[in-house]
Design a protein around this ligand. Sequence first.
Ligand code: NDP
Length: 490
Amino acid sequence: MTFITTPNQQPIASHFINGGYVEDAAGQVITSVYPATGMQIAELHSATPAIIEQALCAAASAQKAWAALSGTERGRVLTRAAHIMRDKNRELSVLESYDTGKPLSETLVADAASAADALEYFGGLAGTLTGEQIPVAGGDFVYTRREALGVCVGIGAWNYPIQIAAWKAAPALACGNAMIFKPSEMTTLSALKFAEILIEAGVPAGIFNVIQGYGDVGAALIDDPRVAKVSLTGSVPTGRKVYAAAAAGMKHATLELGGKSPIVVFEDADLENAVSCAINGNFYSTGQICSNGTRVFVHETIAEAFVARVAERMDNAVIGDPMDETTTIGPMVSAAQCDIVEGYVAKGIAQGARLVKGGKRIDRAGFYVEPALFDGVTDDMAIAREEIFGPVMSVLTFTCEDEVVQRANDTEFGLAAGVFTRDLTRAHRVAQAFEAGTCYINTYNLTPVEAPFGGMKSSGLGRENSKAAIEHYSQIKSIYVALSSTEAPF
Ligand code: NDP
């Protein structure tokens, strides 16, 4: 085993407000830990009420001038930020790997890179945002304006910190809003670099601010009357709290929440492709992905071959140092997340599933656990019903299409779903029957910025990415124009 070093990643200060770093050491300490070693890499402070107020004032006072620029002007700045992010991709990826533990082989292609895509896409869209002109009776007409909401709050989960920040900030800023972003307290660092890049690109001070903190800081932001909208990426229980708080203030909300998504593999599927997608869709980012296809329904005639092939290919996983670019499985984000995985592996065994492979804590420094493969899983088991957010694949078998569609949809979640078959008609029929916001045919877990992403049922509200996100960061105003005088009854 190689010796993994833990370099210092201390930022200049904890928060980034009004174009610069700000500290208030009175805030509760937040320790940033490198998951591959368990050692501290930075120490930050949670936002105090004074810091929260500073961020709200900065965002509220900067927003109107930003919204008054033309969309093309805003878009130019966002596009410049995308270029800077790409130039700094390696540096940002290394930081993201230290903060999350995800292997560099992933962060180099999936994190800052997808954040840059969001900036470029919404930078391009900004100049195209227009209203419409609607003729009405008597030669009068109505025209609509697509207006910014004002100050938006973004609250992030810890699995894709810089991507989450960009997926929220890029459409928000394109529409003329200001944003205050609160990263997860587990992964505090990359959002600060993102804020630096936006300033370097020419985003005015106060338009994108980062403040650190636990759930109470997010809650305080949502409650403030100066805030018009919240966009959360997090768990379903947090989503319920955030939605209730937004409702109390009649605020807009986008909720990207958890999942327990199905992958359905029919007997005529390209087996090797289905195996590849099930591996990526369960073990990428050490299984810490909301849309993972953790319930893998395999037709009973090919289940044995499928499980054998997944198990065989799991032997090729390279578990180790995230900074070694040959590593394909890194640590989990925290010891607590390892405990959750171990708990579910024990429950799976206790409830009668067969642990084919993996699932054990690895005896080394850091938060490492082996990816786990279960077969013989039934619909009622905890590992088939609850979101684990770790590398645990459950294989279930099925007999016919109607049955598997009903079982695939029998969950409170509805984030993603995948179908694998060579039968074109069946592929579309099943995809249309899935109760999930993002569905795949013969692939899984691709999230290009051009396509809407989000959940049905308890997996959330609203959509990120694509033109659909514009609807969630702007509001339409109708302006009625009369061309003749108005009569009154008296
Ligand atoms: P949590 O729900 O625990 O936290 C999400 C964020 O909300 C954190 O920043 C958290 O702060 C904050 N928060 C907690 N309580 C409140 C509150 N009352 N008001 C405002 N903010 C609050 O999720 P995790 O960070 O553990 O992330 C894992 C979850 O995120 C999984 O369920 C996963 O499926 C989901 N997820 C969904 C994605 C999607 O796009 N649909 C993508 C990625 C993850 P703090 O951490 O300090 O408590």
